[in-house]
Design a binder for this molecule. Structure first.
Ligand code: NAD
Length: 300
């Protein structure tokens, strides 16, 4: 297999495209926004240059990888792909629309992977004529640094789809776990619970965001605090995951009202420059957007 496509070039999509390029695949990266695609091309180019600079790829391989990338706003350009990975926002209706269009365009040929954080693979697959070809490939943020891809088997997912996902992950140097479908899989379920609890603690005034993050990093040995993770993930994405887990798994996942308020205010995290922390200050200093104190999130 050589030709792949990624749909959605946002927080996750550009990283997934980068990972496929480092594995030697050709990649068509599709997004409805030309601005997003332009930014994704720039980020992928600098990630490849950085990998070459650190000796992870030869300069020739980095150049070849960049040359293997094409970008497009037309969904039809995924037509030659043998593996299509969707990374559009966490919205079942949107994912259905994308997968059924890809099914039509590609005439039922490729394996279709979804990067959903928590939605049902079985339900996403109902948009296609052949659900056996649909599998979950759950990448982690930031993709170029995170080792794992969670491979999720829906009710109808066939062996070829799982084997293709495993083979692609291995060729790109990623580790894998295979899980049977359950809301939030093995990772998002835990991560969403910790992140939501942190917002309740902030709302109750237990400590500042900065100190809760510090406590979790230094006391529990997590590489990042829960608010640093939330700002990286995107508060809107985190909220959508929690809403799904609340609907499927019950009360303990009820989204914290403070998180809902931040999303309503447009404080969506690093991608917009402001979430729990403020990233807009000169020199890149980050401040706690609630109480204005300086913070020092770990790099990840
Ligand atoms: P994002 O909002 O950063 O990016 C989504 C992209 O999809 C945007 O660039 C948008 O322009 C594009 N898009 C929207 N509608 C489109 C359409 N009809 N056709 C083509 N492009 C379209 O979202 P994200 O954080 O990258 O999340 C994408 C998926 O990955 C979601 O399912 C999310 O749950 C999952 N995920 C996110 C993270 C994370 O940390 N953000 C981690 C793992 C999985």
């Amino acid at each position: 297999m050589q030709d792949t496509a990624v749909i959605g070039a946002g927080t996750m999509g550009h990283g997934i495209a980068y990972s496929l390029l480092t594995g030697g695949y050709r990649v068509v990266l599709v997004d409805s926004s030309e601005v997003v695609l332009e930014k994704a091309r720039g980020t992928i180019r600098s990630l490849l240059a950085d990998a070459a600079g650190r000796g992870l790829l030869s300069p020739a391989r980095a150049e070849a990888a960049y040359a293997a990338l094409t970008t497009s706003t037309a969904l039809e350009s995924v037509q030659p792909a043998e593996l299509v990975i969707e990374a559009v926002p966490e919205d079942l209706a949107l994912k259905h629309a994308i997968l059924s269009a890809v099914d039509r365009i590609c005439q039922g040929r490729p394996i279709l992977a979804t990067n959903t954080s928590a939605l049902s693979i079985t339900e996403i697959a109902t948009a296609t004529k052949d659900p056996a070809r649909v599998v979950g490939m759950h990448y982690f943020n930031p993709v170029h640094k995170m080792k794992l891809i969670e491979i999720i088997r829906g009710l109808e997912t066939g062996r070829e789809a799982v084997e293709t996902a495993l083979a692609v992950a291995a060729r790109c140097g990623k580790e894998t776990v295979v899980v049977n479908e359950a809301p939030g899989f093995a990772t998002s379920r835990i991560s969403a619970l910790i992140g939501n609890e942190a917002f309740y603690m902030l709302m109750e005034g237990v400590a500042s965001a900065r100190d809760i993050d510090r406590a979790v990093r230094l006391g529990l040995n997590h590489p990042m605090g829960p608010f640093e993770v939330a700002d990286l993930v995107g508060l809107d994405t985190r909220l959508r995951v929690l809403e799904h887990l609340h609907a499927t798994l019950g009360e303990k996942f009820r989204p914290c009202p403070l998180l809902v308020k931040y999303v309503k205010a447009g404080r969506l995290g690093r991608k917009v420059g402001r979430g729990v922390y403020d990233y807009t200050h000169a020199g890149g200093a980050e401040t706690d957007a609630k109480n204005g104190t300086a913070s020092s999130p770990s790099s990840s």
